[in-house]
Ligand binder design. Structure first.
Ligand code: SAM
Length: 276
């Protein structure tokens, strides 16, 4: 394993601290620092940038981010057992790592943004809360957001849903909400054996950039429409959107009521949401 800093290899660190991975916390650790550097590089230039990380765990990705010159990493970790390990990294990069012990779902990330400074979000997310965290960062009332980019590891199947466009098998609510406000791509896949312990599924790194001028729309309305439309994705829209106005609503925006949700573009979903 190539070294990216003078810190000891991650496997040794974990053993020394008795940090066995816990399934309930979605702990699948990355030990290969070349891979964690590849993830961090995907985010774009890190010099002078503050990075928000969720779930640093034993700090493999954190170390990669810091080794690439990030000004600071602000990391939220739920598992207190990781804190002494992260402290060793903090000692190695004085003043560059702030660890907040807590639940990322309850963290007000916007309040942590250093005034006027660029922020990138980079994380190997715990899979049980990954989608909700993405939606929290994606759907704030104010746009453009404080973050310059998000580079996030998901289960491959979730990654496919995030980047999906109309007509794609994986296209659904997540693809519409992501496509509305961002340009997203799957950067590269990561096989199960790259993690310890290996998860049962393949993973993928998704990179998202905020659109400067997404079509004006109320996020809550768009969520409502996509939820109804894809809740019954095999049905025609006149049926699935019935509770929201069905044929009358669709006629207002000139969309054929016999179409199905997966054929509608993001722009068409936005038009329906705005007509609600
Ligand atoms: N970043 C490390 C790596 O790449 O090796 C660990 C990634 S592991 C997939 C997910 C991490 O998220 C674990 O360290 C876990 O304790 C932490 N975690 C789980 N749920 C969390 C939550 N709600 N808020 C913050 N951290 C959480």
């Amino acid at each position: 394993m190539a070294g990216i800093d003078e810190l000891p290899p991650l496997r040794d660190v974990i053993q020394r601290h008795g940090l066995d991975a816990r399934k309930a916390l979605g702990q699948n650790f990355l030990f290969d620092l070349n891979l964690t550097q590849k993830i961090a590089r995907t985010a774009g230039p890190l010099e002078g940038v503050t990075v928000f990380e969720v779930g640093p765990g034993p700090g493999g990705l954190t170390r990669a981010i810091l080794s690439l010159g990030a000004k600071k990493v602000i990391a939220v970790e739920r598992d207190a057992r990781c804190l002494p390990v992260l402290e060793e990294i903090s000692d190695h990069y004085p003043g560059c790592l702030e660890v907040i012990e807590g639940d990322a779902l309850k963290t007000d990330f916007a309040s942590l943004v250093p005034a006027g400074e660029p922020v990138r979000i980079i994380a190997n997310l715990p899979y049980n809360v990954g989608t909700q965290l993405l939606l929290n960062w994606l759907l704030p009332p104010v746009w453009p957001p404080y973050w310059l980019s998000m580079t996030l590891m998901f289960q491959k199947e979730v990654g496919q849903r995030i980047v999906a466009e109309e007509g794609d098998n994986h296209y659904g609510r997540l693809g519409v909400l992501t496509g509305w406000r961002t340009v997203s791509e799957m950067a590269f896949d990561v096989p199960p054996q790259a993690f310890s312990p290996p998860p049962k599924v393949n993973s993928t790194v998704v990179h998202l950039l905020p659109k400067t001028n997404p079509l004006p729309c109320d996020a809550a309305r768009l969520e409502k429409v996509t939820e109804a439309a894809f809740g019954q994705r095999r049905k025609m829209l006149r049926q699935s959107l019935k509770p929201l106005g069905g044929e009358t609503l669709l006629a207002k925006v000139g969309i054929d009521a016999t179409r199905r949700a997966e054929t509608l573009s993001v722009e068409e979903f936005v038009a329906i949401a705005n007509a609600l």
